[in-house]
Design a protein around this ligand. Structure first.
Ligand SMILES: C[S@@+](CC[C@H](N)C(=O)[O-])C[C@H]1O[C@@H](n2cnc3c(N)ncnc32)[C@H](O)[C@@H]1O
Length: 214
């Protein structure tokens, strides 16, 4: 992965960091925001649908949605450590054969990634600098639903992210940056691609949103 942010992703989400995330998932289950997204999708008729989960981490959404009746999953993941952790957890939960893993920056590998009924990006948009490319290429893969968890773009959250994360990372020489992208810009790309907001919930820093193809 060439880009600076992608190098940041690979070094930030290293084996030690990911091992802690996996341990936490195995102890506590999916994060509250992931659980909310799973529940919002469960409220739809998703039995037998396919899922493309971009930047799935240890696989909170993938494991949860497979249990909810999704037929199979593609995990497109930039971090090799997360990819291995997701495979390990899928083995443990007994559905490894239902997940296909593709490693790389989704924006670079988009052409080789198949479409799916549901596309999800759980806390991924905030890790990527080129939001328009990430969102437009990913929504083009969705045939029915597009589910996201990303930060609310209010000034307090922007300030917190700049000071607490980005300044600290800069001072530590860490290339990873967090981005609070404009909600209106994200949603206008989705509208242009035929998707309208169907479910929305604010949860602290985060917003959990499901868009449905009209
Ligand atoms: C904050 S973690 C969230 C992981 C998981 N979705 C969760 O909520 O626990 C961000 C994830 O997005 C992945 N990611 C960020 N940008 C990506 C891109 N352009 N293509 C593929 N994966 C990406 C990272 O590797 C990482 O797994």
């Amino acid at each position: 992965m060439e880009c600076c942010q992608c190098q940041g992703i690979e070094s930030k989400f290293d084996q030690a960091y990911v091992a802690k995330q996996l341990e936490q998932y195995q102890k506590e289950g999916p994060k509250k925001t992931a659980l909310q997204l799973i529940e919002a999708l469960q409220a739809e008729d998703i039995h037998g649908l396919t899922l493309l989960d971009i930047g799935g981490g240890v696989g909170d959404l993938q494991h949860g949605l497979l249990k909810s009746g999704v037929s199979n999953v593609i995990n497109a993941e930039a971090s090799s450590a997360y990819l291995e952790a997701c495979k390990e957890e899928a083995e443990r939960q007994g559905h490894a054969h239902d997940i296909r893993h593709l490693e790389g920056n989704f924006v670079d590998i988009a052409e080789e990634v198949p479409s799916a009924d549901i596309v999800t990006l759980d806390r991924v948009i905030c890790c990527y600098h080129d939001m328009p490319q990430l969102v437009s290429l990913s929504v083009q893969k969705a045939t029915q639903f597009y589910g996201v968890v990303y930060p609310r773009d209010i000034w307090l959250i922007k300030l917190f992210v700049q000071i607490y994360y980005n300044l600290r990372h800069r001072l530590q020489g860490d290339p990873m940056r967090i981005f609070v992208h404009s909600t209106e810009e994200v949603e206008s790309i989705l509208r242009e691609n035929g998707f309208m907001r169907h479910f929305h919930r604010e949860m602290g820093v985060w917003q959990v949103v499901v868009f449905k193809r009209q």
